[in-house]
Design a protein around this ligand. Structure first.
Ligand code: DX5
Ligand code: ZN
Length: 227
């Protein structure tokens, strides 16, 4: 069993043939499918809503992992769960009542994650860690695919890993990293403690096939020693 999972972000897929692109990722061994939801307010970009999740749901049994880069996510969460989302990740910066939102997600039967922007310190997780299944460390400022990895994210992942170990939560909470992840830095983030790697532009691009791009990740991560 690999000690890491690859979660292609459909944000960089060719939307004129989204079903086909998702099928390519599934066939190439994707572990999760990452769905980036942006509202034009929390982040400057606008992307997709529950109907895209609904359209993808019949295509795969893989977990549909929804990253909500939106204000007031509680208004959208029921529709995403109903559409077939398996996990919902909300930003701590967008939720004054974060614990309530996590309870809402669990109450609807989905897995709950919390995301931190690059400038948000880990201390913001102190009280919520025991209640979540996933922490998403943003390694770019959310809003767009194709940005460069912020190098201090590696240390942040390692410190989060230590925090989880110290609290006996390392089996319960998955560390996901999102933004600028490429075969070049995949090993570094897994060795620091990330277990789910989100990648958009490194997997869906015109330079190579989805299968070749996924294989490049697996090659870079062969015999990796996770944290
Ligand atoms: C960024 C999104 C990411 C994005 C990653 O705001 O949350 O999931 O798709 O894209 P890449 O891998 O191209 O940085
Ligand atoms: Zn994302």
């Amino acid at each position: 069993m690999p000690s890491f999972k690859l979660a292609p972000s459909i944000l960089s897929a060719d939307f004129s043939r989204l079903g086909q692109q998702v099928q390519e990722a599934v066939d190439a061994g994707a572990d999760w499918l990452h769905v980036d939801v942006m509202d034009g307010h929390f982040v400057p970009n606008l992307t997709m809503g529950p109907m895209v999740v609904r359209a993808l749901r019949p295509l795969t049994t893989l977990p549909l992992d929804v990253h909500l880069m939106v204000l007031q996510p509680e208004r959208l969460i029921p529709a995403f769960v109903e559409a077939g989302a398996d996990s919902l990740t909300v930003h701590v910066e967008a939720c004054p009542h974060l614990h309530r939102v996590i309870q809402q997600i669990h109450g609807l039967g989905a897995r709950a994650g919390v995301a931190l922007n690059p400038a948000t310190p880990l201390v913001a997780l102190e009280e919520i860690l025991p209640y979540v299944e996933l922490v998403l460390i943003m390694s770019v400022n959310p809003g767009f695919g194709g940005q460069s990895y912020i190098p201090t994210s590696t240390g942040k992942i390692a410190r989060l890993r230590a925090m989880l170990v110290q609290r006996g939560l390392e089996e319960q909470v998955v560390i996901q990293v999102d933004g600028g992840i490429k075969p070049d830095n995949a090993r570094e983030v897994v060795e620091a403690g990330a277990t789910v790697l989100v990648a958009g532009s490194a997997i869906f691009n015109t330079r190579a096939s989805v299968a070749a791009n996924m294989a490049a990740f697996r090659q870079a991560l062969r015999s990796v020693h996770p944290a």
